[in-house]
Design a binder for this molecule. Structure first.
Ligand code: SF4
Length: 439
């Protein structure tokens, strides 16, 4: 079997390659190869693709970079939202050339698997499906998986015909045969010619149930990943001298024994990695011992879910963290030698329960803690308790039109452009102070 795997382009008001890789698709590549299939892989968001000549897409020291982008017309739901809307990713012509090469090398494809990410990025998924249908005919077998397909399968089914749609409850339509534990398998990074970072996981799912988060829908059970599979993933990256590894875990610290076993093995293997935690860590679990462990295991950047400083709101949205726990975590991290420039608090903005005054207060409190702040714009995700309530409150039907879950759009709808800009400017100045650029 010859299978085409595609990570589509995305459409948004802003996007950045913040350690982004189509991890699930790379795991499927491993499974397919093990079963004797041949795999052709194309990532529209590969910022090190040989076709890219734009120097403005330079990488930072941790391998993150801008994505190739082109301004496009705003779709009808955003007609009155005065912001530039862009297509991010490699041009479709580069994909067409790739297909030509692969066809002459390996022959026809038997099927295509397309992954999906944010629900409101679906126009990129549609672009790839339509292109493949035009190129290979209406009967060409196409299967779609990922976040959008799980959360908005009805939307996809109502708009386009594909053979199978993967959701956490199984396939809708035809099934594409995959073993149950495919999401534990090592991701196959050999499919990239060039790599500036890798990604990994020690677990799947999250034991918490924050009311604004889709983790419980996407991964209903919390499961620890066997460490031997993690090594199979990391060893080839070490051989290629990839230094930066981002964890995709939703809850990396809840099982400290697993993390300890990982840390001990990292020492034994003598890997030269730097680890990053873009999905955010739980402050509650950053004890003095865990903070030391993170430092000794070469965790380089630490991102912490802070959300806001209001205890009542925090309790209402799931109680995963409280202000005193954030202070406790920061003290332990600083005592272990983490410089404040490498610690970032995620502050949630645009959530309808967190009004502007609460936001200003939260940012003032976060500023006093002396570490970086990053504003995380809220997305009302379908099938989440807060998402459904928020969408109803603003009379938006994200099941019919997933674009309404766009975080930039929704945050400005809740707070207004001016207030959002004021908060962003304030946080930018604060971060410049932390970096030592401003007094
Ligand atoms: S702790 Fe994080 S991943 Fe878990 S439910 Fe809350 S927001 Fe989601």
């Amino acid at each position: 079997m010859n299978v085409l795997l595609v990570n589509p382009p995305l459409y948004d008001f802003a996007a950045h390659n913040f350690w982004m890789k189509p991890y699930g698709l790379l795991q499927i590549a491993t499974v397919l190869k093990l079963s004797g299939s041949s795999v052709c892989f194309f990532d529209f968001c590969d910022t090190l693709h040989q076709s890219i000549t734009d120097r403005r897409l330079r990488r930072d020291s941790y391998g993150r970079s801008k994505l190739p982008a082109k301004v496009v017309g705003r779709p009808a739901p955003f007609a009155s939202f005065n912001r530039r809307y862009r297509r991010y990713g490699l041009p479709i012509s580069v994909f067409a050339c790739f297909l030509d090469e692969q066809l002459s090398e390996k022959g026809n494809f038997d099927a295509a698997l397309i992954t999906s990410s944010m629900t409101y990025w679906y126009p990129g998924v549609f672009e790839v499906i339509q292109f493949l249908k035009e190129r290979f005919g209406r009967d060409f077998p196409i299967f779609v998986g990922g976040t959008y397909s799980t959360l908005c399968s009805d939307h996809l089914r109502s708009k386009l015909t594909v053979n199978g749609i993967y959701t956490r409850n199984g396939w809708l339509g035809e099934s594409f045969p995959l073993p149950n534990d495919f999401d534990f398998q090592p991701a196959d990074f050999s499919l990239y010619k060039n790599l500036s970072f890798g990604v990994t996981r020690l677990s799947r799912g999250c034991p918490f149930r924050c009311t604004y988060c889709a983790s419980a829908v996407l991964e209903p059970k919390f499961r620890l990943r066997p460490l031997d599979l993690v090594w199979e993933e990391l060893r080839p990256l070490a051989k290629r001298n990839v230094r930066d590894i981002a964890f995709y875990d939703d809850s990396l610290l809840t099982h400290s024994e697993h993390l300890k076993a990982f840390a001990e093995a990292i020492k034994r293997e003598n890997f030269n990695f730097r680890f990053h935690t873009p999905n955010g860590l739980h402050a509650r679990y950053i004890s003095p011992e865990v903070a030391r462990l993170l430092k000794e295991t070469s965790f380089e950047t630490i991102f912490i879910g802070y959300e806001c400083a209001d205890e009542k709101i925090l309790t209402e949205i799931g109680g995963k963290v409280f202000f005193d726990e954030v202070k406790y975590a920061l003290q332990n991290l600083k005592d272990s030698g983490f410089p404040p420039q490498r610690i970032t608090l995620y502050a949630l903005i645009g959530h309808p329960k967190i009004g502007y005054e609460a936001l200003e207060h939260s940012i003032s409190e976060a500023e006093k803690l002396g570490v970086r702040i990053m504003l995380a714009e809220y997305s009302p995700i379908p099938q989440t308790p807060d998402g459904e309530t928020a969408l109803k409150r603003f009379s938006l039907d994200a099941h019919q039109e997933p674009l309404f879950s766009n975080n930039t759009y929704f945050t400005e709808l809740v707070l207004g452009t001016e207030k959002v800009q004021r908060l962003k400017d304030r946080v930018r100045l604060h971060n410049q102070r932390i970096a030592g650029f401003l007094k």
